[in-house]
Design a protein around this ligand. Structure first.
Ligand SMILES: Cc1ncc(COP(=O)(O)O)c(C=O)c1O
Length: 472
C-alpha cells in the first residue's frame, strides 16, 4: 500500500518531512490522510503544564513542580535511579505513538532533528550526540568500539557502576585488557586536585583509557571532569566518563569538558521517556578543549556504517568529516514516539534554562548537606560539601547515630523502607568500600531535583532525623 507523503515507508525510511512533522520538528504536516498532528511538540498540551511565570516570581518553582505527573502524596527523592517525565512529554509520546499506530509508520532514521535539539542543550554538535537506550548502553558501545588490545590498561575507580564495570569486564575477558582501579577517598575533606593526583600517580606506560564516573553514584562525588580530561590529554589517554547523572542535572558544555566519550541517562535527571540515554562521542579536534587526535573508535552497533568503502576518515580539525553519531543512531527501526519525547523534554529543560536548573538542584543539595552536617555531624557525609568542583545533587550519608551501624546493611535497608512507609519519602541505600575499612559502608542517598523546594529538603531532613532517633 502506498501512503501519500511516505515514499520510502517501511524499507529505507520515513521521509524526513513526515518524520519532522510527527515529532514537532517543523511546520510540515503529515500526508497520511490523518488529521495533521501538532507540529509543536514543545507547546504544553497537558493540564497543569501551562506557561511558566517569570523566573523571579515567588511561585516559579511551584509552577515547575506542576509540570510533572509525580504522585503528590509521595516525596520522591530518588531521581538518581529514575526520573519522571513532565506531563507534556507524556502527552507527546502518547500522541505520536497513536499517530504512528494509526499510520503504521516506520522510522528507519538517524533522528537528526532530535539530535540537533538535544546537542544544543549539551554544548556539542549533532554529529557527536546519540540518543542511546540508557547509560549502560552508551558505556557498552564506547568500550566495545574502542580499539583495545591485550595488555592495554583501563585506569578506573573502585566506585564504578555495573554499567561501566560490565563492559570493562568484557574487554578484559575478550581482549585481555587490564582493568586497574584507584581507591577513591570519600567525604568532605577532599579537594579536586587530590583526585587528579591520585589518577596521575596510577598512570603507567600501558594505560590507554581513563574511565571514571562523574558523579560517582555511591557518594555523589563529582570527580573533576575537566581536570581529569586534561590529565588524560597530557598522557595521550582516551577519557571515558560514566556521566549517568549529568544530563538534566548539570549544565555542562560537553566540548568544554574535553573528554572523548560521555555516556549518560536521559531518563534520570533529564526526565525523558524510559529507556533513553545521552551518548557523547567527540568527533572533532577543538584545540582549546582537546588538541589530541580522535581515538580509533568503531560504531559496532550500527546499521548506518557504510557497507562498502571502508572506515570513513575522522576529522583532525574543528569540522567533522564523518557523522559518527548518525551511524551510531541508525540501528534498524526506531521509535518516533520515544524520540519525540526526548526532543520535547530537552526543549522543556532549555525553556526553563539548564543553568537555572543546575543552580536550583545544587542549592537544594547544599542546603541538605548543611542540615545533615548540623544534626549528624559533617563526618556522617560521604558526599563532598565544601569544594564546589566536587558537588552534585546527590547526597549520601550515614543516618544512624551509632558509628557501628554504618556496616549494618539490613538496618539501612529498613531505614529506607520505613521512610517510605511511615513518612511517604522515597530515597535509596548505597553501599561501597571505604579506604581503611575492611567492610563496605552502608549509607542512604537523597536526590534533590527541580521539582523539589526548600520545604522538601527540610521535610526529608526532619523525617530522617526523627527516624534515625527511633531506630538508634
Ligand atoms: C554511575 C551510574 N552508571 C550507570 C548507571 C546505569 O544507568 P542506566 O540505567 O541509565 O543504564 C547508573 C544507574 O544508576 C549509575 O548511577
Amino acid at each position: 500500500m502506498v501512503i501519500p507523503g511516505l515514499s520510502t515507508r517501511g524499507e529505507t525510511g520515513v521521509s524526513r518531512r513526515t518524520f519532522a512533522g510527527l515529532i514537532g520538528g517543523g511546520a510540515a504536516s503529515v500526508g497520511l490522510g490523518l488529521a495533521a498532528p501538532s507540529a509543536q511538540a514543545a507547546t504544553p498540551t497537558a493540564a497543569g503544564s501551562a506557561a511558566l511565570p517569570p523566573a523571579s516570581s515567588p511561585g516559579y518553582w511551584d509552577a515547575v513542580r506542576r509540570l510533572f505527573a509525580l504522585d503528590k502524596d509521595v516525596l520522591f527523592m530518588n531521581v538518581g535511579t529514575v526520573g519522571s517525565p513532565p506531563l507534556e512529554v507524556l502527552d507527546t509520546v502518547d500522541r505520536v505513538h497513536r499517530e504512528v499506530a494509526a499510520g503504521a509508520i516506520s522510522a528507519y532514521s538517524n533522528f537528526a532533528d532530535v539530535r540537533a535539539v538535544a546537542a544544543r542543550g549539551y554544548g556539542c554538535d549533532p554529529d557527536e550526540l546519540v540518543i542511546s537506550h540508557n547509560t549502560s548502553d552508551g558505556m557498552s558501545k564506547i568500550l566495545a568500539g574502542l580499539a583495545l588490545r591485550e595488555g592495554d590498561e583501563i585506569l578506573t575507580t573502585n566506585h564504578e557502576h555495573s554499567g561501566g564495570n560490565v563492559p570493562m569486564a568484557l574487554a578484559r575477558d575478550r581482549h585481555g585488557v587490564v582493568v586497574r582501579r584507584v581507591a577513591l577517598p570519600v567525604g568532605n575533606d577532599q579537594r579536586a586536585e587530590d583526585y587528579v593526583e591520585l589518577f596521575r600517580r596510577a598512570i603507567t606506560s600501558r594505560t590507554k583509557v581513563l574511565l571514571f564516573s562523574a558523579p560517582t553514584y555511591k557518594t555523589g562525588t563529582m570527580l573533576p571532569i575537566r581536570m581529569l580530561a586534561r590529565l588524560a590529554q597530557q598522557h595521550g589517554l582516551t577519557t571515558v566518563v560514566d556521566g549517568a547523572h549529568i544530563p538534566g542535572m548539570m549544565a555542562y558544555d560537553f566540548h568544554e569538558l574535553g573528554v572523548d566519550f560521555l555516556a549518560g541517562s536521559a531518563a534520570k535527571w533529564q526526565c525523558g521517556p524510559g529507556g533513553t540515554g545521552i551518548l557523547y562521542v567527540r568527533n572533532k579536534v577543538i584545540s582549546r578543549f582537546n588538541p589530541n587526535p580522535l581515538p580509533v573508535f568503531w560504531p559496532v552497533v550500527s546499521s548506518g556504517y557504510p557497507a562498502e568503502g571502508g572506515r570513513p576518515s575522522r576529522s583532525d580539525g574543528p569540522t567533522e568529516s564523518y557523522d559518527i553519531a548518525a551511524d551510531l543512531q541508525s540501528v534498524g527501526n526506531g521509535s518516533l514516539a520515544v524520540m519525540a519525547g526526548v526532543r520535547n523534554v530537552c526543549e522543556v529543560w532549555d525553556r526553563i534554562g539548564r543553568e537555572r536548573i543546575q543552580s536550583h538542584v545544587l542549592g537544594l543539595s547544599g542546603y541538605l548537606k548543611e542540615l545533615i552536617a548540623e544534626r549528624w555531624g559533617v563526618n556522617s557525609l560521604y558526599s563532598p560539601k565544601d569544594d564546589p568542583r566536587l558537588v552534585c545533587a546527590l547526597t549520601s550519608f550515614a543516618p544512624f547515630r551509632d558509628p557501628g551501624d554504618v556496616y549494618d546493611a539490613a538496618k539501612t535497608t529498613a531505614f529506607v523502607a520505613r521512610l517510605k512507609d511511615e513518612y511517604g519519602i522515597v530515597i535509596r541505600t548505597s553501599d561501597f568500600p571505604v579506604i581503611g575499612s575492611s567492610r563496605n559502608h552502608q549509607t542512604v542517598r537523597v536526590s534533590t531535583h527541580l521539582f523539589h523546594q526548600k520545604e522538601d529538603v527540610e521535610r526529608v531532613a526532619d523525617a530522617m532525623w526523627q527516624l534515625s532517633g527511633e531506630m538508634s
